[in-house]
Design a protein around this ligand. Structure first.
Ligand code: TIU
Length: 219
């Protein structure tokens, strides 16, 4: 067993039953011209998470941790996009053309993961139509088949897809530790409060740590 320094208290984990889950590090969220910017956000705020996540990913690969990536997006015909989701943001953006292809559509450049964190062979990529990574995907089955019990979570945005996923995972019995410098938000206040919410009330739905503690714990 290993142990990671975390808040509100250290989390014990077995690297053999721990997965690194990197959520939605897609061009559509972190680069100009994608979904994030169309919604009125400054995408550069999300770039802070890239370097620490690269370090964590490199270490996880080195130590043989199971690595899973997710991407939010839809089929080309948008048949898996609820009409209610299409109009979020006050205007239809999903499926429309942008500089990185059709926004949030699978197979388009903007939908794909940034090159710094690109998956390698053996790392499943979960294509999800929702904010949560468990909704309408086979993620739970993939983790069960591997005997995964603990999730180390990175990605964007903290208060939307990371929070939804961690809440879903917690309800399915996984222990989740979110690395504070490997997640990011378009709203600094949401980043701060979002992390507080996870670890409050004695780790009500997860733990909060950081890349340095993760590297120390796994080394
Ligand atoms: N808009 C926003 O903050 N996030 C999303 O729409 N998706 C994810 O968080 N991946």
């Amino acid at each position: 067993m290993s142990s990671i320094q975390a808040e509100p208290f250290p989390l014990h984990f077995d690297p053999a039953t721990t997965a690194l889950l990197i959520i939605d590090m897609q061009r559509d969220f972190v680069l100009p011209g994608g979904f994030g910017e169309k919604l009125g956000n400054d995408t550069s705020l999300l770039l802070a998470a890239v370097e620490p996540t690269q370090l964590v990913l490199q270490k996880a690969r080195e130590k043989g941790l199971f690595v899973v990536h997710t991407r939010e997006g839809h089929r080309a015909d948008l048949s898996d996009c609820p009409p209610s989701k299409l109009t979020r943001g006050g205007k239809i953006f999903i499926g429309t053309d942008g500089p990185m292809g059709r926004i949030l559509v699978r197979g388009e450049s903007g939908h794909d993961i940034i090159h710094q964190l690109y998956p390698v062979q053996g790392e499943p990529v979960i294509d999800k139509p929702g904010k949560g990574s468990f909704h309408a995907t086979d993620l739970h089955q993939i983790l069960l088949d591997r005997g995964i019990k603990t999730l180390v979570v990175c990605g964007v945005t903290l208060e939307v897809c990371v929070h939804t996923t961690v809440r879903e995972a917690n309800d399915r019995g996984y222990e989740c530790v979110v690395l504070s410098d490997c997640v990011a938000s378009y709203f600094p206040e949401f980043q701060r409060v979002g992390l507080e919410m996870i670890k409050a009330q004695g780790a009500i739905f997860g733990w909060v740590s950081n890349s340095k503690n993760f590297v120390a714990a796994i080394s």
